[in-house]
Design a protein around this ligand. Structure first.
Ligand code: 5GP
Length: 202
């Protein structure tokens, strides 16, 4: 059985990556990698579903034990991808979505050059700002920190493979575009090196 595709979907706060990824996961073709984090849960977030909410001590011991595929510090909190769960999904042949930021994405690309890196963006910085403030889940200083972080993240965008814009109210279309990217990647000759042998098999 062929291995699943490791798909990294990054996007600044307000890009709508949670909504877009929910479309993909809902279709049954993708499994969401539940990250570990030291940040506090937001209203409505469920432990083990949105994140594994853990203490800083626990996080550090997981790093020391080599249990994290990648990790980073983002706006004062740690975030990381649990290794065992991710590997198990890929081995089962399913596609895995890692909803992670740029630093972690680059760590993954080093270890797994076959990973596909997609940057999801709002149509403009102005739209991003409006969405973030409209969300109203964070204090003004946190909103400003996240907007500032966007500038740093986009400085690294050249290491990504694809850009997808998420226009207002068009999250289904953004998910469709990501599906099209996955189809194209899976159809690439690079990912199908045995095409000749298989064709003449029987
Ligand atoms: P939030 O606090 O808004 O849920 O996430 C903050 C940022 O951390 C987002 O850009 C999100 O994609 C990223 N993030 C979430 N989980 C991980 C992870 O496991 N590793 C890395 N490197 N970034 C993550």
């Amino acid at each position: 059985m062929s291995k699943g595709l490791m798909l990294i979907i990054s996007g600044p706060a307000g890009s709508g990556k949670g909504t877009v990824n929910a479309h993909l996961i809902g279709s049954g073709d993708f499994v969401y990698s539940v990250s570990a984090t030291t940040r506090m849960p937001r209203p409505g977030e469920v432990d083990g579903v949105n994140y594994h909410f853990i203490t800083k001590e626990d996080f550090i011991s997981r790093i020391e034990n080599g249990d994290m595929l990648e990790y980073t510090e983002y706006c004062g909190n740690f975030y990381g991808t649990p290794k065992k769960e991710a590997i198990a999904v890929l081995e089962s042949g399913k596609n895995l979505i890692l909803e992670i930021e740029v630093d972690g994405a680059n760590q993954i690309k080093e270890k797994y050059p076959d990973a596909v890196l997609i940057m999801l963006l709002p149509p403009s910085f102005k739209t991003q700002e409006q969405r973030l403030r409209g969300r109203g889940t964070e204090s003004e200083d946190k909103v400003l920190a996240r907007l500032e972080r966007t500038r740093e993240e986009l400085a690294d965008v050249s290491s990504y493979d694809y850009i997808v814009y998420n226009y207002d109210g068009k999250d289904t279309e953004a998910a469709d575009r990501i599906r099209a990217i996955v189809d194209a990647e899976k159809s690439s000759i690079r990912r199908n090196p045995n095409v000749r042998d298989r064709y003449f098999e029987d």
